[in-house]
Design a protein around this ligand. Sequence first.
Ligand SMILES: [Zn+2]
Length: 396
Amino acid sequence: MTYALMLIALAGLGFVAHAVLTRRRQLHALWREPVLRRPVLIIESDDWGAGPVAAQAEALHRLVDLLTRFHDCSGRHPVVTLAMVLAVPDGPAIRRTGHYHRLTLEHPMFAPVLAAIERGCKAGVFALQLHGLEHYWPPALMASDEPEVRTWREADPPALTECLPPHLQSRWTDASVLPSRPLAVEDIWRAVRAEVALFIRVFGARPRVAVPPTFVWNETVEAAWAAEGIEVVSTPGLRSSCRNAAGLPDCDSPPLRNLQSDRGVRYVVRDDYFEPERGHRAEDALRRLLDKWSCRRPCLLETHRSNFLGTAADTGRALAEIERLLSAALTRLPDLRFMSTAELAQPGAQVWTTAWPARLSAFLRRVTKAPGFRRLAVVTLVCVLTLAGAVVHAVL
Ligand SMILES: [Zn+2]
């Protein structure tokens, strides 16, 4: 019986060794992924810019008022990154001509939105990122013959981008048919040049971070962004390059990790969500922050402008949750740091460490949280204890 137990335990350890060997690339990637020296919280907010003027301007001013009341131990205010959409359809012109026309942030009507953004940037609480010239691919928008899409693109004033069917909100694939079709390489390069040029005209500086709309993009887009000076791409931890027959993001890449670099851009991983309009509370976001810090990873919280553009009560609730989150986070993690995503991903940023104790503890935490590894750890423990017990029994 004792020897049978030994054999079973050894077979179990052999199974574990085989499983670890087959996952060695994943383990290597977890080991190589950078390790934070201090906890970091960034709120990444998408879809700002072209769209409703008064509601956005007011929401942005209220965000500035709120964020400037907080600071970390280095005196830095919390940063909300704004992923900017630079244009919406010019509905009357489209109706008149039957061709696509855009209304860009250069139009004087958007001055109040730009003024609020400028105020936040000067106060150090906003950092601008590129979301896209549009939150859709214009030819795909025009190709759609769905009545609600036609109504949407011809609306005056422009309708909210958030109200388009989700598959058409992807910019970097032709989702006028499903499964979507890849865009021509030269069209992507031309569109990227145009969006970066417009961003510079509107904001006076080149964007350093891009947030792909709906997180659907491909390697050609990355290469074109890099050529235009984009350094960082915000990702959900993988790259989806198409929409499938059901209209969902698909054609996924292997996992992407923080500061992994490819085609001239570095990735950051933003896979935590803080959408008060969907019931997310400050406590949920705090849990995500603590979880990320336990693995020595930054916490980038995704939140959309739609949280702040509902009724006054809705906006008030969203702002109150942010206030409670910042307050609780600073109390729970006194060493918490606020910064922009561009600063986080800057080569040599002081917030990262290469110290061995931190790397080792981060690696072990990451491994236990990786799918499948917890089960392997349990099997290993059971096998080792069984083997030790059997050996002791045999000796005695
Ligand atoms: Zn978006």
